[in-house]
Design a protein around this ligand. Sequence first.
Ligand code: FE2
Length: 262
Amino acid sequence: MTRHPVTRRQLLKEVYRFGGALAAGMFLSACNRPERVFEQVLGPFFPDPGDPVTPIRELGNPSAPYPLSNDWDLTQIKGHDRSAQGQVVLLSGHVLDPAGQAVPHASLMLWQAAATGRYNHQGDSVAHSFRDPRGKVIERTLDPHFQYWGHCVTDDQGRYQFKTVLPGYYPADLGSGWFRPPHLHFIVQAAKFPELVTQTYFRGEALADTDFYQQLNASDYILRDPALSHEEQERLIIEYAPGQTPGVLQGAFDFIVRRHQG
Ligand SMILES: [Fe+2]
């Protein structure tokens, strides 16, 4: 019996996207400014059409794809009297082109695990309870008040903002002791630019468990993509710190879309 929490189909999906990320990494050159946001794999829990997901969505239109059906605030589902569990974080920044110019009307999709480390996808079906490297037992329960997917469009200055919660870490392979650190998944789509798929990570003294997260960041096979330099990998780890709203940690990050090849 396998202890891998993902199915073979999901792994193939991940490997397929990982290959794309490696190819993109090889194409990159140092001549582009500003610094690029490097690609990271799509991961197994972004829903393809027909994939079974728990039906949490804000819009009543069932034909809208799940990732597009929700708004920028993942902590509050419209009509719910309770909000999501977990540390609230606010992430904002810009979508920029390789010359550093703002990209207005770009579409950003964010999806992630809940504070427990559980995705809203029936493919996330293994290791719903696990013992972490410190011996702590984690129950990966679904949060019915967490939105799981967010969507926003950049304004005329290329600005975006998401409000969400710090996702939990979770086991990618209990057999080898690989735990995915807290991370956010993004797809950025803008006219005239190739789609950008990436992941961002967490650091900051205000995070309750930041030392442990940095251990997980240091050994995560996806963040530590050998196609990326150490500096490029580190750029994907966003610093979160207290901001204007008590109890909310803020981070800033710019997504840099790349040029079409050829
Ligand atoms: Fe993930």
